[in-house]
Design a protein around this ligand. Structure first.
Ligand code: BOM
Length: 141
């Protein structure tokens, strides 16, 4: 659900600042991670892909090949309140997007495409949070 997704995004987004330097993601591109879900934010910058890879690696959510670690992602999402209601859907949506973009050799380029695909599919599935929902839970993490 969107409520659970707001918690996952709030927690995951806390890692953004420590990944800015190595990813080159400037505040001009994305000021705060929760803006990822804004209607008018376009998920297109390679640097965002690099940042998501860096953030995911801090939580060991990716394999060495920069693809999602399914078991760890399941456990990560399940660690949030009612996370078990979201974990299966989330892993499935991300994996489906990975399959679609598997031919892109550059990790950062591929991950930003996977993230854009996931944003679209999460909206369709009704699990995309409103930015205000994320801001309401930011203080918990
Ligand atoms: O193959 C790469 C898999 C990683 C893609 C992850 C997509 C996440 C998009 C950004 C949205 C984040 C919200 C919560 C974080 C969960 C990882």
């Amino acid at each position: 659900t969107a409520e659970i997704m707001s918690h996952v995004t709030a927690h995951f987004g806390k890692l953004l600042e420590e990944c800015r330097q190595e990813s080159g993601l400037t505040t001009d591109i994305l000021e705060e991670f929760q803006h990822f879900w804004r209607e008018d934010f376009e998920v297109v910058h390679r640097e965002l892909g690099c940042a998501i890879m860096c953030m995911s690696n801090r939580l060991t959510l990716m394999h060495d090949d920069a693809r999602m670690h399914h078991a760890n992602m399941h456990d990560y999402v399940k660690s949030f309140p009612q996370g078990e209601l979201l974990s299966g859907t989330m892993v499935e949506l991300i994996h489906n997007c990975e399959k679609i973009h598997d031919d892109i050799p550059d990790d950062c380029d591929r991950i930003v495409k996977v993230a854009a695909c996931f944003k679209v599919d999460a909206k369709k599935a009704g699990i995309a949070p409103e930015v205000a929902m994320i801001e309401a839970v930011l203080e918990k993490y």
